[in-house]
Design a binder for this molecule. Structure first.
Ligand SMILES: [Ca+2]
Ligand SMILES: [Ca+2]
Ligand SMILES: [Ca+2]
Ligand SMILES: [Ca+2]
Length: 400
């Protein structure tokens, strides 16, 4: 910055500061707000005065909006008030009788203002100074500025209306319509203050299944007043568990005579907002099982005339919340007659060939394939003599 400008700035700063500190003497009344038929106390003050002994002021107002009722509380020894509400005027005289002059901010009087008009009406509170004089003889006049105020009648704040909410698994979002005559809406959750909102919504994260009560009330700054409350209780709903069912072998065989177990696994099932407490398997042949892992030995198969129809296996999972919520899924599960590796409904050389081709494979090795699963006729995860024996024992057996 240029050096000269800097000095000009500093000089201006001090000049402004000096003006500020030598403030003029004022006679003033606050702006006041009141509900219809309500009343409010306002103070008429002389600000920043030195050695005052006499004050004589008049206050005029719109008498169809506001009427004045006298009160006490003058800083002066003597107070006399002449109220003429029909003319819309109050004259107030005060003076010191024997005490010394008053200094600083001095109260002339408190007055009570009664609302006699309707909401929305405003009256100016015009102050005029008849006389301000210092204590002592001769009585030196004090020059002062009169700052009037306003008196406004406003309706009280009303609570919000139409609260609605949306929930996710971990959050609640409330929206509402603000009531009239409010500057902000106070938000409480479960009775504890959380926010003063100028918006018409409040969002927060919560744990799954949380129950929260929101309470709202409007606030009017001018009146310094709250409305009544409006409340709403919201429960984050339980979300359904997801059933994921797997048959560990794609190709299964009837195992009632030559053992072959069909294995089921529901461990990929989950509950997005809790945990799974119960697994129910409906195995399609009239039998049921429970548990995250289940096994079953089929003793029947579904031949449709040209091929096998799979059993439709249902899995239902139940979550941990009361009332319990279920999710379910159904999967097809292939079951062939004992010894039928290729699923053509007959036990013959083609099945033996598959077992031969897959001989010694185990499901731990990298080359366990769909054909390995077919060849593993007893589902023990190894293609060996025990699978070959099943073919031999069931040779020329058919599914029809
Ligand atoms: Ca759940
Ligand atoms: Ca076959
Ligand atoms: Ca198999
Ligand atoms: Ca085997």
């Amino acid at each position: 910055m240029n050096e000269i400008y800097r000095y000009v700035f500093i000089a201006l700063f001090f000049a402004l500061f000096a003006v500020n500190t030598v403030a003029a003497t004022t006679v003033s009344i606050d702006n006041v707000f009141v509900e219809p038929e309500g009343n409010v106390i306002a103070s008429i003050m002389i600000g920043n005065v030195t050695n005052i002994g006499v004050a004589d002021i008049s206050l005029t107002f719109n008498q169809s909006v506001v009427n004045i009722v006298a009160t006490e509380n003058s800083d002066f020894d003597f107070l006399h008030m002449v109220i003429n509400n029909s003319a819309g005027e109050v004259r107030i005289g005060t003076f010191q009788i024997s005490s010394s002059g008053l200094n600083g901010d001095v109260k002339i009087a408190d007055i009570r203002l009664d609302a006699v008009g309707f909401a929305g009406e405003v009256s100016m509170l015009n102050l005029s100074i008849n006389e301000l004089k210092e204590m002592g003889t001769p009585e030196t006049p004090i020059h002062a500025e009169a700052n009037g105020g306003t008196f406004a009648i406003i309706n009280p704040p009303e609570p919000p209306t139409v609260i609605s909410n949306a929930t996710g698994m971990f959050w609640i979002s409330w929206t509402w319509t603000s009531g009239p005559n409010i500057d902000f809406t106070e938000v409480k959750i479960n009775g504890s203050w959380v926010d003063n909102c100028t918006e018409q919504y409040y969002n927060c994260t919560y744990h799954p299944h949380a129950t929260r009560t929101i309470s709202l009330r409007g606030y009017n700054l001018s009146l310094g007043k709250y409305s009544t409350y409006i409340s709403q209780t919201t429960v984050i709903p339980n979300h359904m568990p997801v059933a994921v069912a797997r048959s560990m072998h794609h190709h299964n065989n009837v195992g009632s005579t030559y053992l072959c177990k069909t294995f089921f696994n529901a461990s990929a099932s989950y509950d997005p907002d809790g945990s799974i407490m119960y697994y129910q398997w409906i195995l399609g042949d009239g039998t049921n099982e429970t548990g995250v892992l289940a096994e079953h030995i089929y003793s029947s198969w579904n031949w449709n005339g040209t091929g096998y129809d799979p059993f439709i296996v249902g899995l239902t999972v139940t979550d941990d919340l009361d009332p319990l919520v279920n999710g379910s899924i159904a999967i097809p599960v292939n079951v062939y007659i004992a010894g039928d590796a290729n699923g053509d409904g007959e036990v013959d050389i083609f099945d033996a060939t598959i077992v031969g081709l897959e001989w010694d494979r185990t499901c731990e090795c990298d080359n366990w394939t769909d054909r390995s699963d077919r060849a593993d006729l007893n589902n023990d995860c190894t293609v060996d003599i025990f699978d070959a024996v099943i073919i031999g024992a069931n040779w020329e057996l058919t599914a029809y």
